[in-house]
Write a protein that binds this ligand. Structure first.
Ligand SMILES: Cc1cc2nc3c(=O)[nH]c(=O)nc-3n(C[C@H](O)[C@H](O)[C@H](O)COP(=O)(O)OP(=O)(O)OC[C@H]3O[C@@H](n4cnc5c(N)ncnc54)[C@H](O)[C@@H]3O)c2cc1C
Length: 462
């Protein structure tokens, strides 16, 4: 029997293991470093609250194959929800996504400026290929809209000005294509107007994969398992060494599906890859996120599920009200806000205590009218050092060099947000897991480049 080791139990690894274990000739060993499964998409219980890691929704663009699988696993738990977003611009909250309705509130001159910016881009051909996110987006939506939202928000996520962010992120991350999309928003024809969400919290998605795997004879799942060394040779990868508590374990890997980060993979390969390849891989870095949860002794704050804060004076990018994703997740007399603060893992912000976080954010929540200090019952946090891959101007060359070298390892399958250093959504990671498992089980490695080419077309929704 062929043994596949899957490293990482987030959506990508779970979906891959689940599909593979359906093939009777395959045995699967899934290794997850954390205590539980689900990765960034997991949920957790805190007291009476069922919470997500920041705002997590299943976007309507989900591939039909994945949606069908999720409906089978979740049954009637998966609900369509209306999207209710607001964005803080100046001293007020406006409808999000940004369209003419939001602009109207900013006054006629702002609306005219933005409309003119969009129109000019529509009729003026752009010369040459844009080199940065800023140039690519300004060419599409014009300077006023870029300055108002897209530039400041990208800078908060990636910690770089738009002129130093790779141009391809404008294509992959921003669904606003220009004047036509702006008008579509005005007519209420916004495809992103609805999303899917499990009644019991987003974490139900990874949880149902984990439950299914637990009863599959070909699957073995190990949590708190840290991969330490991966032996390889001319015939590919051979043996995985991992630790579980004080146990040291070796596992044969006929195939390896890797969903953890590329720099981590490079550090574990034995023998070590050539020095220039290691250097290229070390260029692939991440932004971290601190998720600060604020429990309020009131039934609810408002109707919005997410409030967006592009301005740099707010240390958080978004505030979400968990209950407005599903009322079943928080008791009726309380509500929980989650603020995502994006930073570098080496920043002081990443190391702030919960008390310090509360002191930082509660006055700002008061200022914008989302909470009063007297309503706050508790502040606590969760942190991820690797949340957002950083796409600076050099990332593509570093990534191509690294992936080019790794492509010679024919029994290695790189998938997921980290395995491919791709800014993705959950449904993309599920699809990557599915495709890797099916291609591997069919013994059709030759089709893998076509799958990778499809993954490169994914567009991220917010
Ligand atoms: C704040 C935030 C909000 C988001 N909101 C949305 C949203 O609304 N909708 C949406 O679709 N997507 C959203 N995303 C993106 C979504 O979370 C990811 O697309 C998805 O979780 C990626 O799945 P993955 O399996 O590729 O990676 P991950 O979920 O990161 O899973 C990787 C797993 O690998 C494990 N691992 C790492 N190293 C090792 C090791 N050495 N050994 C063993 N295991 C290891 C990790 O512990 C983790 O469990 C959001 C992301 C963030 C950060």
């Amino acid at each position: 029997m062929s043994q596949t080791v899957v490293v990482g139990g987030g959506p990508a690894g779970l979906a891959a293991a689940y599909r593979l274990a359906q093939h009777p000739e395959q045995s699967v060993l899934l290794l997850e470093r954390a205590l539980g499964l689900g990765g960034l998409a997991a949920g957790f219980r805190h007291g009476d609250y069922t919470l997500d890691f920041g705002p997590h929704r299943l976007h309507a663009a989900v591939d039909p194959l994945i949606l069908e699988e999720l409906r089978r696993l979740l049954g009637d738990e998966l609900l369509w929800r209306p999207r209710r977003g607001l964005i803080r611009l100046g001293d007020r909250f406006l409808p999000y996504p940004i369209g003419p309705a939001s602009m109207l509130h900013l006054g006629p001159s702002r609306l005219l400026g933005i409309g003119a910016g969009l129109l000019v881009r529509q009729v003026t051909p752009t010369s040459g290929t844009p080199v940065s996110y800023e140039a690519a987006l300004k060419a599409r939506v014009g300077q006023p809209l870029y300055r108002l939202f897209y530039g400041p928000y990208a800078e908060k996520v990636w910690g770089l000005p738009g002129s130093l962010i790779a141009a391809d992120q404008a294509e992959r991350r921003v669904n606003q294509r220009g004047l036509a999309d702006f008008v579509r928003l005005a007519l209420g024809r916004n495809a992103a107007g609805q999303y899917l969400y499990p009644r019991g919290g987003f974490g139900r998605i990874p949880a149902v994969y984990a439950q299914a795997l637990a009863s599959m004879p070909g699957a073995n799942v190990e949590c708190s398992a840290d991969v330490e060394k991966i032996e390889w040779g001319p015939d590919g990868l051979r043996t995985i060494h991992y630790s579980k508590g004080d146990r040291r374990v070796q596992a044969r890997a006929d195939q390896l599906i890797w969903t953890a980060s590329i720099p981590e993979l490079m550090r574990r390969l034995d023998p070590a890859p050539p020095r220039d390849i290691q250097e290229a891989a070390s260029h692939l870095r991440y932004r971290a996120v601190v998720l600060c949860y604020v429990v309020l002794a009131i039934p609810c704050v408002g109707q919005a599920d997410t409030y967006y804060f592009p301005e740099s004076r707010f240390p958080f990018n978004r505030v979400t009200e968990q209950k407005n994703f599903s009322v079943a997740t928080v008791p009726s007399d309380r509500t929980v806000l989650c603020l995502d603060l994006v930073c570098d893992a080496a920043d002081d912000l990443f190391a702030l205590s919960d008390e310090q976080l509360g002191n930082l954010v509660i006055p700002l929540l008061e200022e914008v009218g989302l909470a009063r200090a007297s309503q706050v019952v508790e502040v606590f946090s969760r942190r991820f050092a690797q949340a957002y891959p950083v796409y600076d101007l050099d990332y593509r060359a570093a990534l191509s060099q690294t992936l080019g070298w790794l492509a010679d390892l024919q029994n290695l399958w790189l998938i997921g947000r980290h395995g491919l250093f791709i800014h993705d959504n959950v449904h993309h990671s599920l699809l990557m897991g599915h495709r890797a498992a099916e291609t591997l089980a069919a013994g059709e490695r030759g089709f893998w480049p076509a799958a990778l080419a499809q993954f490169a077309t994914f567009r991220v929704a917010d």
